[in-house]
Design a protein around this ligand. Sequence first.
Ligand code: GLA
Length: 388
Amino acid sequence: MPGERVDARELAGRFFAAHGRPPRISRAPGRVNLIGEHTDYNDGFVMPAALRFRALTAWAPRADRIVAARSEGHGGERRLDLDAPAPARGDWSDYAFGVALALEKAGHRLVGADLEISGDVPAGAGLSSSAALEVSVGHALLSAAGLPVDKIALAKACQRAENDYVGMRCGIMDQYVSCRGVAGAALLIDCRSLEARPVALPADVRIVVANSMVKHAHAGGEYNSRREACEEGVRRLRPRLGPIAALRDVSPQALESAGDALDEVVRRRCRHVATENARVLATEAALARGDAAQAGRLMAASHASMRDDYEITCPEIDALVEVAASLPGVFGSRMTGGGFGGCTVSLVEAARADEIMARIAEGYRARTGIDATIFACTPADGVGEVPV
Ligand code: GLA
């Protein structure tokens, strides 16, 4: 996955040097999730925003059916023959080739292409560097074949690549917002209907992201086991609650009434999801009436639920949230993304953002000895082509 700061012109130059022809360039952003964690694969609600950090894929079609991809940050060219697909190798190219194969499987007839991939989404930080890579490659491959880009279909193909080829059973949030992000707003996504609406932030509020520098690695492992607990919850609740298809259909009250059908751990996992879905909708309502304080309280409750019920935080992340939450001008703070490290997201008073960022860094260093990377962000647009 990319992690380097290369601009589109530099990347085009690199492509030209390698292939002797000018490329076009597809760009897809990483994301930060304001609230709604581990709800997407339960058919629930999420509220992410696309970031300025992005993956870039420089591309030009080939006359054959070979996808030849290079990622300078990761050394060496990898090749995929669309007519003789090989299994995943366990490196960055799986994200690119998984998308090519998922698009073909969805009925798109691709052509071969040369790809040069780069980007600046920090890897392993919970900011969706893999989704950014997938979506930029998907956009590149569809465009190289002269096919239209249906953004929801592209998001689905990218999710399928990760589920089926990489082996990470992620939901659709990251790929979706990387495709359909809206500059200046977060997106409320209904992960069942796949409809989304923009959520504007009050003008005097900023989003601050702080990287704990603890790298997560949740392909497989803990992430998939959380998903299994949710599935088990649905299976065991169904006889009690009727024809529920997913935890989306279970309110916190219904769960309370039928909770004795579940063992203790599964009950807590389900409680996180049921209460988190309710918090996402409440956050949307709070932001719509300009009530950043209430949105902040909901973020704090989300963090507590991830820490205590879903058990996906870690001591450093908890410290980072506690430091931020103790500062004047911070409405709320929580971990963002899949968990076990990565970043926190805080809603803060715009006028005090700089001071708050400095104090978060200071407080986190004092508690952990780690230097966090901290930035304020403005939501960006989803996937598109950048002029070279
Ligand atoms: C990862 C996954 C998403 C989502 C989040 C948790 O980012 O890719 O689908 O499940 O974790 O909210």
